[in-house]
Design a protein around this ligand. Structure first.
Ligand code: MG
Length: 161
């Protein structure tokens, strides 16, 4: 029987002035950015947690603790490459990933193909295995009032024979 495993990831970061906005490895033009120890790429963090969940690797907080200065300001795509190496070592192949960014603004539709390509490249898989989409929460809650952004992701892995 094919050994398939599903994982879910969820992440939140606060929006603040004086930071770049990095989403799926794309520098998105905006007047604020996400606050965090790394580049605070909330979308990539949710993807990594989904992959970690599927492969039973725990979570990215355990793999890359924010108390470790090695990860200060690091590109989250570089961390995703490290997750990909762990997946390969464990004999896992990525079947597909579906990720949802939750943000009131800015509009990220024009960047989604680039985000998908970045995530797929970091994982070493075909771009058509990664889907990125975005939604607002109708001006409700912390994403709606612009205090932060959230992201969900699911990932499906297959154990290679
Ligand atoms: Mg995070």
């Amino acid at each position: 029987m094919t050994d398939l495993r599903i994982g879910h990831g969820y992440d939140v970061h606060r929006l603040t002035e004086g930071r770049r906005l990095v989403l799926g490895g794309v520098d998105v033009p905006y007047d604020r950015g996400l606050l965090g120890h790394s580049d605070a790429d909330v979308l990539t963090h949710a993807v990594m947690d989904a992959l970690c969940g599927a492969a039973r690797l725990g979570d990215i907080g355990r793999l890359f603790p924010d108390s470790d200065p090695a990860y200060a300001g690091i590109s989250s795509l570089a961390l995703l490459e490290q997750v990909a190496a762990l997946l390969r070592a464990g004999g896992w192949a990525v079947v597909n990933i579906d990720a949802t960014l939750i943000a009131q603004a800015p509009k990220v539709g024009p960047y989604r193909r680039e985000m998908e390509a970045n995530l797929a490249a970091a994982l070493g898989v075909e771009a058509d295995r990664v889907n990125v989409k975005a939604t607002t929460e109708e001006r409700l809650g912390f994403t709606g009032d612009g205090s932060g952004m959230a992201a969900h992701a699911v990932a499906l892995l297959e154990r290679l024979p």
